[in-house]
Design a protein around this ligand. Structure first.
Ligand code: ADP
Ligand code: ASP
Ligand code: MG
Length: 438
């Protein structure tokens, strides 16, 4: 049995619903379907989830959201009409609007309704059972998922041999209120369903033919990666390639269920297979699996003579950051200096306090902070134990006049990470892609 998840663009309008149905009809093992809220129909269209968040902030500040609500409801009513579905969403939509106006709905419940209405419509279209995520995705008080209870609840609700449609993105807190995952969280719902039902594969259908070697918004027509290990995917998505929600890997990985990223608009493309390991090496010359990155980091650097002989300097720096509840991404260091690299957003508010506290704890000779840094990551399981790769990467960047501000390699040699100025970010990604992929 296969669990299949369709993202926002696959649910955007009636035409996309037809593609989804064809994909399901092509393989009867595709029995359990997780859906996102309707996404963009074109580049400048709106995602329903964004409109729902907007609706909530309007009402919160006392501004009427009727116009936005109309855009939301007509999207779903259009799909219902275009597919001639025998389901009436009006009573639920009217009640939802009443609760919004009366401020008697929480933000999380409101934004979850995008997935809810998608699933209602898709279930009616396919003639599948509708299973509400609120009835089986059960959160603990700390916001983590109670996997044992959730898996049991889903297994109890599935009718063997009968298809089911489940809305992604949300579940219930122990007190019954609706709680959502972070943005893009329908991927997690799909992964939980696949794990609960011991699926043979978790297919994640989106608008690209797999994980691409670089962000298609930065590189023209990048190649798709046929095979990615779970570890590589963690690195890629942590560093910026947000095709799959980074937390969606854990449930399937525990059960060794492969993930297959596929394209709803090009269903014959094989997409990307993600699993623990691959036998053999299909492409020995290819040592970079993917290139990715994020902007807007800061580097706090300090130096202190004789630091390498002193115990606890790094500890003192990290202690300050822990006190402010800040996690650090990378810690490059030299003999008598150390830097911490973290998202600027994490330190912005308390920067002067943090710097003052580090100064007091460590008494460094120098202490600086640099902002507007982008982090770029080259990820690849075949980089390990291959000398000379970082040399080639830095030579390529140097030839293009890109200045490197920081270098870091993970101990498992699965990635090489470097910092450049924000303004060089796009160029750095393109230089790497053109030097190592093409
Ligand atoms: P969905 O709505 O189906 O969940 P997402 O928008 O969350 O889809 O993810 C797919 C998008 O991720 C692509 O359209 C693409 O713009 C973006 N993306 C960023 N980096 C990559 C990459 N390395 N490979 C593929 N897609 C990428
Ligand atoms: N609709 C939600 C979002 O836009 C969840 C998802 O699509 O995965 O974040
Ligand atoms: Mg997504």
């Amino acid at each position: 049995m296969k669990v299949v998840k369709f993202g926002g663009s696959s649910m955007a309008d009636a035409g996309q619903y037809r593609k989804v149905r064809d994909i399901l009809l092509a393989d009867p093992e595709r029995m359990v379907v997780i859906v996102s809220a309707a996404g963009k129909r074109s580049k400048d269209d709106h995602k329903i989830t964004d409109l729902l968040y907007l609706c909530h902030s309007h009402v919160k500040y006392g501004v009427d959201c009727s116009r936005i609500f109309k855009m939301i409801s007509s999207r779903y009513l259009d799909i219902q009409r275009d597919l001639d579905l025998d389901i009436d969403l009006m009573p639920e939509l009217t009640d939802l609007k009443r609760r919004i106006d009366a401020k008697s709905i929480t933000r999380e419940e409101l934004v979850s309704r995008g997935e809810y209405f998608s699933a209602k419509l898709m279930a009616a279209y396919l003639g599948f059972q509708f299973i509400d995520a609120a009835d089986w995705v059960i959160f603990n008080m700390d916001g983590t998922v109670n996997q044992t209870d959730s898996y049991r609840a889903l297994r109890e609700r599935i009718t063997p041999g009968h298809g089911a449609v489940i809305p992604g993105f949300y579940g219930s807190m122990p007190d019954g209120t609706i709680h959502t995952f972070s943005r893009g969280g329908s991927d997690i719902t799909g992964s939980l369903a696949a794990a609960a039902l011991d699926a043979d594969v978790y297919e994640n259908w989106t608008d690209v033919s797999g994980i691409l070697m670089a962000d298609p918004r930065l590189v023209d027509d990048p190649q798709a990666i046929p095979e990615v290990t779970y570890d590589e995917l963690r690195e890629l998505s942590y560093s910026g390639a947000q095709v799959l929600h980074e937390d969606s890997i854990f449930p399937v990985r525990e059960k060794n269920i492969p993930v297959n990223i596929r394209n709803t608009n090009d269903p014959t493309a094989p997409g990307t297979m993600i699993q623990e390991d691959f036998d053999g090496n299909n492409d020995p010359d290819r040592f970079i699996t993917g290139i990715t990155g994020k902007k807007d980091f800061s580097i706090i650097s300090l130096s202190k003579r004789g630091m390498s002989n002193q115990v606890g300097v790094l500890y003192k720096v990290l202690k300050v950051l822990v006190r402010h509840n800040i996690s650090v991404d990378y810690v490059p260091n030299g003999i008598d200096n150390v830097s911490v690299v973290l998202p600027t957003s994490a330190i912005e508010k308390n920067l002067y306090t943090i710097m003052a506290e580090i100064k007091q704890e460590v008494e460094p000779d120098t202490l600086d902070v640099h902002h507007h840094i982008a982090v770029v990551a080259a990820v690849g399981r075949r980089m390990a134990f291959r000398p000379g790769i970082s040399g080639k990467i830095f030579a390529a960047l140097g030839e293009s006049g890109i200045n490197i501000r920081m270098i870091n390699q993970g101990p498992d040699e699965l990635n090489i990470i470097f910092g450049v100025d924000n303004k060089d970010f796009e160029a750095a990604i393109r230089v790497l892609y053109n030097s190592f992929v093409k």
